[in-house]
Unconditional design. Structure first.
Length: 103
């Protein structure tokens, strides 16, 4: 299993905008992709802004490439996310899951 992580940042005056986009656009699109295993959206307040961390789980790098294309470390950021965020990472990180507990 591969975990893919990405961060975006928003101003505190619009705390729901990115979460709404994630729940209504991102999750439904991801759930239709072969090899997609699940996702989490985390949020924390930092330096007067909100930082979002998106964690997705995939069966393999090939499954991720089915979503991203060959440049699988490039962030896929839809216009709705761009509108909801002040800034975001252009690149993502991938981790191979080597041990886990629970779900």
């Amino acid at each position: 299993m591969i975990v893919r992580t990405w961060r975006g940042r928003a101003l505190k005056d619009r705390p729901e905008a990115y979460q709404r986009h994630f729940d209504t656009a991102v999750l439904p699109a991801l759930e239709s992709l072969p090899g997609f295993l699940g996702a989490m959206l985390l949020r924390r307040e930092q330096a007067g802004r909100l930082e979002f961390l998106v964690i997705t789980r995939w069966e393999s790098l090939d499954a991720i490439k089915g979503f991203t294309g060959e440049d699988f470390e490039r962030a896929v950021v839809e216009p709705g996310a761009v509108a909801a965020l002040e800034s975001f990472d252009d690149r993502v990180s991938h981790y191979e899951v080597i041990s886990r507990a629970g779900v």
